[in-house]
Design a protein around this ligand. Structure first.
Ligand code: FAD
Length: 263
């Protein structure tokens, strides 16, 4: 549904306090994220069980490597070209196995949902905040995109103050802030990437494109009214969480439904 009587809840751009003193050292302006004193959701898996499950998964993935190496050696003994071809095919096969091992296992429905074989052995699982089962797409995203990726905004006055400074200063401040939030492991990132959103030609900032007062109430419905066979999606056409990812997904679903209704 795209409408609701309760105010939408969801992600917000983080609050960035206005610096009193422009000379405040890098990392000193943004308040650390308030962390709740105690986790009130499901019981979290211990560090030891997580490490144990990871080691077991590595061990399990070592079995096909060993078998494939044996296969390559056996083939190479009788034919050099055959050995090279087998080595290339084996590497590709193994890459696919590594990529799909966790997502396919964690996406299983039923009692083992959210579990790799390693997690299954130690008795832990991944659960989603939404309560929905882990599916392959979610598991893929978790394993290969979200894990190890830290992200944040520098907005408002902090952006204006930081933008003219050298990138090294910004990086130092951002990393110091991440260390405050996530601990010292965050202090040594393997890569650092930043985008200056106000300089982007089409978005000219973020996170939400604003229409002037009265625009949506007066002509908003025209944004999503089909024109002949053309149906419009995009977060700006959504009536719920307009401007955000939530609105983007809802608008896509609405446009797809419109098209399906016409078929
Ligand atoms: C800096 C920033 C931070 C944000 N942070 C958040 C956040 O924390 N949480 C949140 O929920 N949302 C956030 N948003 C908003 C969110 O990114 C957008 O609401 C969402 O991406 C919109 O999705 P969309 O599919 O409607 O449009 P888009 O993601 O903009 O997709 C439109 C696509 O159409 C393509 N396109 C444009 N013109 C043409 C053309 N003529 N032909 C072919 N292709 C074309 C574009 O290249 C683009 O790929 C942020 C946005 C910005 C800019």
């Amino acid at each position: 549904m795209e409408s609701g009587s309760t105010p939408p809840e969801g992600p917000q751009a983080p609050y960035t306090p206005i610096p009193d003193d422009p000379e405040t050292p890098p990392g000193g302006w943004q308040q650390p994220v308030a962390t709740p004193s105690g986790w009130e959701g499901k019981q979290l898996a211990s560090w030891g069980s997580r490490v144990g499950a990871t080691l077991l998964d590595w061990l399990i993935l070592l079995i096909p490597v060993t078998l494939l190496i044996v296969l390559v050696v056996v083939v190479a003994l009788s034919s050099d070209v055959g050995g090279i071809v087998t080595a290339i095919l084996s590497s590709l096969l193994y890459l696919v196995a590594v990529l799909f091992y966790a997502p396919l296992l964690m996406g299983r429905q039923g009692a083992h949902n959210g579990q790799t074989w390693g997690k299954q052995i130690v008795g832990i699982r991944v659960v989603r905040d939404s309560g929905q089962p882990v599916d392959i797409g979610f598991a893929f995203l978790r394993e290969f995109v979200v894990k190890g990726l830290l992200f944040g905004f520098v907005g408002g006055d902090a952006h204006r103050a930081f933008f003219p400074r050298p990138q090294g200063d910004r990086r130092a401040a951002v990393v110091a802030n991440l260390v405050e939030c996530f601990g010292r492991d965050a202090g040594n990132p393997s890569d650092y990437f930043e985008t200056n959103w106000p300089a982007e030609r089409w978005s000219r900032g973020g996170p939400v494109g604003l229409a002037g007062p009265g625009v949506y109430t007066a002509v908003g419905p025209a944004l999503r009214r089909p024109v002949g066979r053309i149906h419009w999606a995009g977060t700006e056409t959504s009536t719920y969480w307009n401007g955000y990812m939530d609105g983007a997904v809802r608008s896509g679903e609405r446009a797809a439904r419109e098209v399906l209704d016409q078929l």
